[in-house]
Ligand binder design. Structure first.
Ligand SMILES: [Zn+2]
Length: 122
């Protein structure tokens, strides 16, 4: 098992910006903002590759609720699929604004978006 080397298992929560906790999940600011004003992720506290559909739905909903607060400075934010994620063995989803000047904007455009939250219509 490579579990002990997993960066998401080894997060020092006291050093992170925590936005919320819900059941098995925690939402925090990503260590690397990649040029964004805010960039957050939802992580399963346990080292699991996959979560059940019901949990997935709840996680998405919780991430959207937090995102509405965190990304209130911008009209839209998205939840990205983990296609280009550097960590694949520990379940998490990244949520970001759509700043064209950010370092990973090209990659964002190539990534599948699980959800687009348009705050203009909320
Ligand atoms: Zn892990």
């Amino acid at each position: 098992m490579t579990m002990n080397k997993c960066p998401l298992c080894n997060l020092k929560l006291e050093d992170e910006v925590i936005h919320g906790e819900y059941g098995p999940f925690i939402v925090l600011r990503t260590k690397d903002l990649k040029g964004h004003k805010e960039r957050i992720m939802i992580v399963c506290k346990e080292h699991v590759h996959h979560i059940g559909w019901k949990e997935y739905e709840a996680a998405l909903e919780f991430l959207v609720e937090i995102g509405k607060r965190v990304f209130s400075y911008t009209p839209k934010f998205i939840i990205m699929d983990s296609t280009f994620a550097s960590i694949t063995e520990h379940w998490h989803l990244v949520c970001t604004d759509l700043d064209p000047k950010s370092d990973d904007f090209e990659q964002i455009l190539r990534t599948k978006w699980l959800k687009v939250i348009d705050l203009n219509w909320e």
